[in-house]
Design a protein around this ligand. Sequence first.
Ligand code: UT7
Length: 314
Amino acid sequence: MNKFARIIGTGSYLPPTIITNDDLSKTIDTTDEWITTRTGIKQRRRVTNESTCDLATIAANKALEMAGINANELDLIILATTTPDKIFPATATMLQNAIGASCPAFDLQAVCAGFVFALTTAEQYIKTGAANKVLVVGSETLSRIVDWNDRSTAILFGDGAGAVVLSGSEQTGILHSKLFSDGHYLSSLQVSNNFINETGFIQMAGNEVFKIAVNRLSKLAEETLEEVGMNSEQLDWMVPHQANIRIISSVAKRIKLPMDKVIVTLENHGNTSAASIPLALDVAVRDGRIKRGDKLLMEGIGGGFSWGSVLVEF
Ligand code: UT7
């Protein structure tokens, strides 16, 4: 039995092709000004030939390097993705092969909440002693399921990957986690196809999703802090799902957390679904903002709806 699951390495990767707001305004009826003020997003990344596994492989290798371990020391790989490369085999098994690991590997689908669901699952393996070193990755090629003629969704989504390596530890690590799903809202945010031989596209009732996201994430943050006996002043950082700056700042305001304690990277890559939290985490770890001992609250919500939080002493 391990006392804690501790993050010992982080990594991320964004594909090099950049689509700016001005690029989008040439093909759809939108403006840089509208996108920036309504979402905070300035640009998103789009794969050319790379797969979800390719992005995941680069992010995972960076996380393994920071952790100082080899892939063959891993006991488990969990890949959170909404955009697997194939219906099967699991993209996680492609990743296992690409990084040279030999452990069990599976995909987990909880859309934009995928990373917090995967982190929580990994924590359970570690705390029971069933695994000691676990790679958790969020990787997405959402550009493959975006309708590039739909201005209400094409401006939001992008491609990318983020990863963490967790290790069993007697020191601190994950302190608390909470997951929820409510399947009453299936059509509010979904991919349009029902059949596996037909390519579908993201459809979203943006306004409804916005309000539910602010309400659920604020309540979740308040409950999480209460359950661990903390107030928001004792929190060093919030590392939220990077969907919309107005959702993030509304949640921060409700829990009385100043925006200089919130990691925001969405201007650079848009909403990358399951990849967005580990991407933001890696940026802030590598630029020195997040330090050992800091208390971080990660939270995300996505289609289903599914949502969840993970509180970590880094
Ligand atoms: O990852 C988790 C899931 N996703 C999210 O968290 C996203 C949640 N939703 C949102 O971020 C926001 O709802 C959006 C950014 C999608 C939309 O922002 P909004 O402030 O809720 O705008 P709206 O949908 O209420 O639309 C306002 C107006 C409409 O025009 P009218 O009816 O007022 O004339 C839209 O047709 O803005 C129009 N509009 C646009 N205008 C220029 C919608 N999209 C665009 C656009 N450019 N791209």
